[in-house]
Write a protein that binds this ligand. Structure first.
Ligand SMILES: Nc1ncnc2c1ncn2[C@@H]1O[C@H](COP(=O)(O)OP(=O)(O)O)[C@@H](O)[C@H]1O
Ligand SMILES: [Mg+2]
Length: 277
């Protein structure tokens, strides 16, 4: 109940008032601690969990692990950077996260469901509903304008964002009727980000998204991705071999020789505008 303050003739407004007060009246043990813990856990809701995930390729008699015994957790709304040298297994990890590839063994939990048990059809639905992908070389359709490239998402999923809104969000409203060949690299990459976010995906996956861009344009793309996480609450996972990008991440996953070397949480990530490389 509401403690000593509760009166026989309390009306609804008073109850609400007392309920507010009662939080402060809770003794500084038990109940209050549990409440704080629950609130804290609420802030860090787990979106994805890898449990002993392996990706194995067989060539004749030889077995090769592109990823071996990967264990990790990604929280909702985080900006995650996957860092590692070429051939380390970064893209393999990203493709498994996005349901674009399937694991040889282990479990991949997404919102309480195990992706590794999904049929091909169910996995296609997972990708369509939950995943937006941004590639190093944009992968836009050359014969369609920026607007049309983004509008394509309407055929994949219901409840997509209006293409004009998505393109405005990346600062391209003025350029939306141009074809990819008529846009700079940065504009093409921003179009591909607009296309990915138009789906309203829970998970925005980016594989070396600044790899083909000059430093200035790359920074604009980084700022945009960071704001997707900070301001829009999307979970953004970015693969890169550039260790300077680690500074802007909430979580950095280092990959080496097909294994997770370490996972580091950063309490005070830098603003993307402060990163130099
Ligand atoms: N389809 C495949 N068949 C065989 N080996 C592969 C395949 N895809 C990736 N690999 C190998 O797995 C390793 C990790 O690849 P990848 O995840 O693309 O690395 P990264 O993105 O870190 O450069 C590499 O040695 C690569 O050659
Ligand atoms: Mg790669």
């Amino acid at each position: 109940m509401f403690g000593k303050k509760k009166k026989q003739d309390t009306n609804l407004l008073e109850i609400i008032d007392l309920e507010k007060d009662s939080e402060d009246l809770l003794p500084d043990t038990g109940q209050k601690k549990r409440k704080e813990k629950a609130e804290k856990e609420d802030e860090h809701e787990v979106l994805i969990e890898f449990s002993d995930v392996c990706k194995k390729y067989s060539q004749g008699e030889n077995e090769f692990y592109a990823l071996k015994n990967a264990n990790l957790t990604i929280n909702e709304g985080e900006m995650v950077v996957i860092l590692g040298p070429s051939g380390a297994g970064k893209s393999t990890l990203l493709n498994l996260l996005g349901g674009m590839d399937s694991a040889s063994s282990g479990h991949i939990w997404f919102g309480g469901e195990d992706l590794t048990t999904y049929s091909d059809n169910r996995l296609t639905r997972y990708r369509a509903e939950n995943v937006g992908v941004v590639f190093q070389f944009y992968n836009l359709i050359p014969t369609l304008t920026a607007y049309e490239n983004v509008a394509l998402m309407k055929d994949i999923k219901e409840g997509t964002t209006d293409p004009v809104e998505a393109l405005s969000a990346v600062g391209l409203k003025e350029h939306m009727h141009q074809f990819p060949s008529q846009m700079s690299g940065g504009e093409q990459q921003r179009t591909s980000i607009a296309r990915a976010i138009a789906k309203n995906p829970k998970l925005l996956l980016c594989d070396e998204p600044t790899g083909a861009l000059d430093t200035g344009t790359g920074k604009e793309v980084l700022k945009l991705l960071q704001s997707m996480s900070r301001d829009k609450g999307r979970t953004v996972v970015m693969v890169t071999h550039n260790s300077f990008f680690a500074d802007i991440a909430d979580t950095v996953i280092r990959v080496k020789n097909g294994g997770i070397e370490n996972v580091v949480h950063n309490d005070a990530p830098k603003d993307a505008s402060e990163v130099f490389w």
